[in-house]
Ligand binder design. Structure first.
Ligand code: NAD
Length: 552
């Protein structure tokens, strides 16, 4: 049922709950559904196709009412977006434990999920949608920025100046692509089938302009490339169609990727021969035919990307499982271009680095600017990190609660977390701060077509690591800990865990932050050291991590 509600996180110091942790959960759940943050809040959809924050409005209301009565030594259990129980635990235990979209492996596919979803027994939690730590497009922006920066380092002497990137999808995650490319100095054409999504990215400043036609987009792109200017251009249309036209014209493209919601062929990808409204109709009338059409379009889309690769473009998969759908539809060479993790991100994972983020519960942007300063004070020698903080401060408009993200590694996260807790304790911040991360992190995910693609020891599909991550972060005392299935790449393709901790300036928070911000990135180093990555082994030794079977 679609209901129009205008949800916003409360701000300031007055609590609606019995403690700051519960209050933090309530504010972050509400923040996930703030119309300025979520993609389709009226359907409880936060981002990533049908990634939801709660199963339905009834469940949402029940969660809110439990959070308001939850004691400081109780733990609420959430099963796929529905509150199912409260137990007395203890003050250092998580206040909420969540499990989202987890199916027994033999049943772990979209048809089973949709069947259960229709019966009201499940919801798709994506990654940070169902675990209540989505912060809008900024969350993905840093990761996308890191990815393009790493690509620029590898292929273009450290800058995208004078290059043109072609991509598609300007949704919750994909909407970060234009800004990430321009922040790296490049030109980007982003194809998007939905005019509303384009308008959203233009108004948020993530995309510079929209071209009236492909001809105009190519003209602007060429001009900006020649002048060495950074420019992002949105182009309305279907990816496959526009990409084919560009290939046919022989227009040179340097980099090609994609962030349409290919992970969900029924709800996420619009087949090339359908308008959005026709797609909505067919989805309801004949879902099988819809999936067939979407899969066909995706297969053609990938064939075109492979052609770009043959013509010399750098092509990479951006974590939406497009290659798998194309492969299943008969494109045998679909995996000829790499995923972004093995291509650009894995060395960072070996250092326990990943998308660390925090949100100011005060609602005051000044609190985030104060923490930006904390980053500068704590890590004065890290130029790329400081560059990011400067750029983020200038370019990013906050969506919902003011927040910040930056990639930090083992040792750095705990330093930052304790630093934030001190600022809260000293009253330099106006309210507590929530500290969390994406599930797309170094030690929290098993996803053979994405985060764990092409692992050195072939352990791509080993899900134990994600389970252990959730368990150790629960033991260490995260404020809310979650375990999910199917995020990013869809049902059957991933298992992953989330962790959020609240810095409220107390001694107990300090203790818990110290533990959980060590165990969490520590799992990343352990996982990669276990897989035989030398860099991770070195990091493990450097930080004295206790890994019983690591050769000394
Ligand atoms: P979204 O559903 O919010 O947006 C997808 C966009 O693609 C929509 O705007 C839609 O209109 C557009 N689209 C659909 N079909 C199209 C077509 N044929 N041509 C052009 N545009 C089309 O999803 P999102 O949150 O932006 O996520 C995008 C994908 O990236 C998902 O598959 C998600 O799982 C994946 N993802 C990647 C990362 C990463 O780090 N790389 C992280 C999270 C999610």
């Amino acid at each position: 049922m679609s209901t129009s509600r205008n949800i916003k996180a409360a701000t300031g110091q007055t609590l609606e709950c019995k403690g700051w942790e519960q209050e933090a959960v309530l504010r972050m759940l509400s923040n996930n559904l703030d119309p300025a943050v979520a993609e389709k809040p009226e359907e409880l959809v936060v981002y990533g196709g049908i990634g939801k924050a709660a199963r339905n409005w009834e469940a949402f209301d029940a969660i809110v009412s439990v959070l308001k009565r939850l004691e400081n030594d109780e733990t609420l259990l959430i099963q796929s977006g529905k509150p199912v129980g409260v137990f007395r635990t203890h003050p250092a235990a998580p206040r909420v434990l969540l499990s989202n979209s987890v199916l027994v492996p033999k049943w772990a596919d979209w048809p089973h999920f949709h069947e259960l979803d229709k019966k009201g027994l499940m919801m798709y939690g994506q990654m940070t949608a169902g675990s209540w730590i989505y912060i809008g497009s900024q969350g993905i922006l840093q990761g996308t920025y890191e990815t393009f920066a790493s690509l620029a380092e590898k292929h273009f002497d450290g800058s995208l100046k004078g290059t043109i990137t072609l991509t598609a999808g300007l949704g919750g995650m994909g909407g970060a692509q234009p800004l990430a490319v321009t922040m790296n100095g490049g030109v980007v054409i982003a194809v998007e089938v939905d005019q509303e999504r384009i308008a959203k990215r233009l108004s948020s400043g993530y995309c510079d302009r929209q071209a009236a036609s492909l001809k105009e987009a190519l003209h602007w792109a060429e001009e900006a490339k020649q002048e060495g200017e950074a420019l992002s251009i949105a182009c309305l249309g279907h990816a496959e169609d526009i990409h084919k036209q560009i290939i046919a014209q022989g227009f040179p493209i340097d980099i090609v990727t994609d962030q349409t919601s290919a992970h969900d062929p029924l709800n996420g990808y619009i087949p090339t021969d359908l308008s959005i409204s026709d797609a909505d109709e067919l989805r309801k009338q004949n879902p099988e035919l819809y999936v067939e059409k979407a899969s066909y379009s995706m297969a053609e889309h990938v064939r075109t990307m492979l052609k770009f690769q043959k013509h010399g473009s750098i092509v990479f998969d951006y974590g939406n499982n497009l290659r798998q759908v194309a492969y299943d539809a008969g494109v045998n060479e679909a995996f000829d271009y790499p995923g972004f993790v093995p291509a650009y991100i894995r060395p960072l994972f070996c250092e326990g680095k990943g998308p660390f983020r925090w949100a100011a519960l005060s609602g005051d942007p000044e609190d985030i600017y104060r923490t930006d300063q904390l980053v500068r004070d704590l890590f004065p020698d890290q130029d790329p990190l400081l560059r990011w903080i400067d750029k983020a401060q200038k370019k990013i408009k906050f969506q919902g609660l003011p927040s910040r993200i930056c990639w930090l590694g083992y040792g750095e996260r705990v330093k930052m977390g304790l630093g934030i807790n001190e600022l809260v304790r000293k009253g330099e911040l106006k309210a507590p701060v929530v500290i969390g991360r994406d599930h797309l992190d170094c030690g929290s995910v098993a996803s053979p077509n994405r985060e764990t693609e092409a692992m050195k020891d072939g352990s791509d599909a080993v899900g134990d690591w994600a389970v252990l991550n959730a368990l150790i972060n629960t033991a260490a005392g995260g404020s809310w800990v979650s375990f999910h299935h199917g995020g990013g790449v869809g049902m059957g393709y991933s298992l992953h865990a989330g962790m959020v901790a609240v810095a409220d300036g107390t001694d107990l928070a300090e203790e818990r932050l110290k533990r959980v911000l060590t165990t969490d990135p520590g799992m990343g180093i352990m996982r990669h050291a276990d897989a035989g990555y030398e860099k991770a082994e070195q990091e493990a030794r450097r930080h004295n991590l206790d890994i019983p079977m690591l050769g000394r």
